[in-house]
Design a protein around this ligand. Structure first.
Ligand code: TXA
Ligand code: MG
Length: 347
């Protein structure tokens, strides 16, 4: 069924209240609204409304066992939906909220099972983006919202990406331009004995450890082996994947770039190839290959998903990319690259 999708363009720094109120009203009516956050765009529904939440799974083609993050506006709302709020949650909230940090806590019964995929825990975050914040405030509801992409596709970092995936399928898209961070929030499990980082994201493990020295980084966070946990069901699916085959070359930087360049040259004889060079000041010139270069980790994070979509739209067959170190934002970047890759090789 095709529906009319209302597109509301707003200034991300000073969103018009009338437009946000209109979107908030649609949420109250049980409809889906996509909106920008500081990480990626979210596909939101009223978290108390089971039927509305089910529409998210349907629209995304999301596996039913993958729970959704709930977005809140205030600490009062946190107590409304979380059964226990441990001291360490308040410490993290004080340092990193509003911002790109998601905490897993025990849930209250007012949150329907569809949101948490039947788990007794709930993922909660307080976004800092003005549009997301104002929408949560005006809706006076916690908003359940996964990233606003079809399941398995790269997450959306601007409204155009959301339009590609959902025009005609959801009630409304708020267009607030490009998101700032470009990778999703960091997910930390606070129901475990030791606070455990499950998904690296906008807040780094180093930043978290300064507040919670006990923090443990779960092996799924590196996405290195095929480590999967029932704890964070989302980690078991191949993700962020472009249509093109992505080959990730790991190893010492210079060597990895050399190998990636050599592979690109070889594949380009038969296929449409893109070479993505990361964290290097040099950009190789190769005939017949689309070469992209990103230097700083913050700009890699910001541009990565958009670049994967852009290369898909150019019908690239193979994307070859070199690995970077896993310090700071590097951990989140490598997590996404590994999970997007269909082949990895080490040099
Ligand atoms: O930055 C973000 O986090 C974005 C924006 C829209 O807020 N949202 C986002 O949602 O990335 P999504 O659904 O794409 O990823 C949510 C992740 C999944 O890996 C999911 O398995 C995990 O959080 N998750 C959600 N609820 C959980 C729970 N109760 N226990 C463990 N993991 C949970
Ligand atoms: Mg997602």
């Amino acid at each position: 069924m095709v529906m009319k999708t209302l597109i509301l363009k707003v200034n991300p720094n000073r969103p018009a209240l009338s437009k946000i109120r209109l979107a908030a009203k649609l949420l109250e009516e049980g409809k889906l609204v996509a909106f920008p956050t500081e990480t990626v765009y979210g596909l939101g529904a009223n978290a108390f409304d089971e039927r509305a939440v089910k529409k998210i799974f349907e629209a995304k083609g999301r596996p039913l066992d993958n729970p959704i993050i709930v977005h809140i506006y205030s600490i009062e709302q946190l107590y409304e939906i979380a059964k226990k709020v441990p001291k360490r949650a308040l410490m993290l909230a004080k340092s990193f909220w509003p911002g790109p940090l998601t905490m897993i806590l025990r849930k209250k019964a007012c949150i329907p099972d569809a949101v948490t995929a039947g788990l007794d825990t709930i993922a909660i975050r307080m976004p800092s983006h003005k549009v997301a914040r104002l929408l949560c405030k005006e809706a006076k509801l916690p908003i359940a919202a996964p990233s606003a992409n079809l399941s398995g596709r790269p997450s959306p970092t601007n409204a155009k990406h959301v339009i590609e995936d959902f025009k005609g399928k959801i009630a409304c898209i708020i267009d607030g331009g490009n998101t700032n961070i470009g990778l999703e929030s960091t997910v930390v499990d606070l129901t475990a004995k030791r606070a455990t980082l499950l998904r690296p994201g906008g807040i780094t493990a180093e930043q978290l450890s300064k507040v919670l020295s006990e923090l443990k980084v779960h092996e799924v966070a590196r996405a290195d082996k095929n480590a999967r946990v029932a704890k964070s069901p989302g980690t078991k699916y191949r993700h962020y994947a472009p249509k093109a085959k992505l080959i990730l070359v790991e190893g010492a930087k210079e060597k990895a770039i050399e190998k990636a360049t050599e592979l690109a040259k070889r594949f380009a004889e038969k296929k449409k190839v893109a070479l993505l060079i990361l964290a290097s000041k040099k950009k190789p010139r190769l005939k017949g290959v689309i070469v992209k270069r990103l230097y700083q980790k913050s700009s890699i994070a910001k541009r990565l998903f958009a670049l994967l979509r852009e290369l898909d739209s150019k019908n690239v067959d193979i994307i070859i990319v070199n690995a970077i170190d896993e310090k700071e934002l590097g951990l989140a970047i490598m997590n996404r690259l590994r999970r997007a890759s269909s082949e990895r090789l080490k040099v």
